[in-house]
Design a protein around this ligand. Sequence first.
Ligand code: GLP
Length: 242
Amino acid sequence: MRILYCEDYESLSLRAGSLVISEITQKRDLLLCAATGSSPIGLYDALVTRSRTDRALFAALRVIKLDEWVGLLENDPGSCEQYLRTRLLDPLGISPARYIALTSAPSEPEEECKRIRSELEQHGPIDVCVLGLGINGHIGFNEPGPVLLPRCHVARLSDDSRRHAMVRFADRTPHFGLTLGMQEILAAKRIILLVAGAGKQQAIAGVLSGEVTTTLPASFLWLHRNVDCLIDRESVSPWNPG
Ligand code: GLP
């Protein structure tokens, strides 16, 4: 894992943006796995800014949604769908044919996971996987626990996840999420982990300890050979790794 300390959130976002743009330059029809939450907002802004002067760069880009809350309407402002639509898909002009998405209100969640598994088998692997770090060390909705699951599944959300800002104003806080599994994430050719926002000190300290444990799902990224972990120094302060 390459650890890159960034001075602040803006520099983290610009660095992540350059990494993704250089990958797209080399492979126009790249499959980008997109996390939601606060961490990748600046990265997505950087892509959108680039698209204003180079629309063609994104003309073949494909996107897959990393995870989704269960039970929100697709147009709920807290849904991952709405987030990606407004911040990434619409501004970059990603057509439905170039987007693989877990739906937020599946009538049969298990069937929805099966559908995504087979879409990934057909159209994967992911080329670049953008992840945020949960305050409890989760990636996607792969929550800490005695076991982790390899493939797309329905996840029971931890209390930490249920308190996430995205669903703070939801009528009913979701109890479950849908998420790509650990193997699907680790099969990505390149992974970019963004560590930004309040409350991440303990989780990132755990990751940097180098121990791999199911109680800290992000620690499994040590098993991958091409991971960039970008850390916003400001948000991990006062914990100071030097
Ligand atoms: C959320 C999302 C993840 C996100 C993570 C971190 O629960 N399901 O996709 O990456 O938690 O969120 P944030 O970037 O807001 O800290």
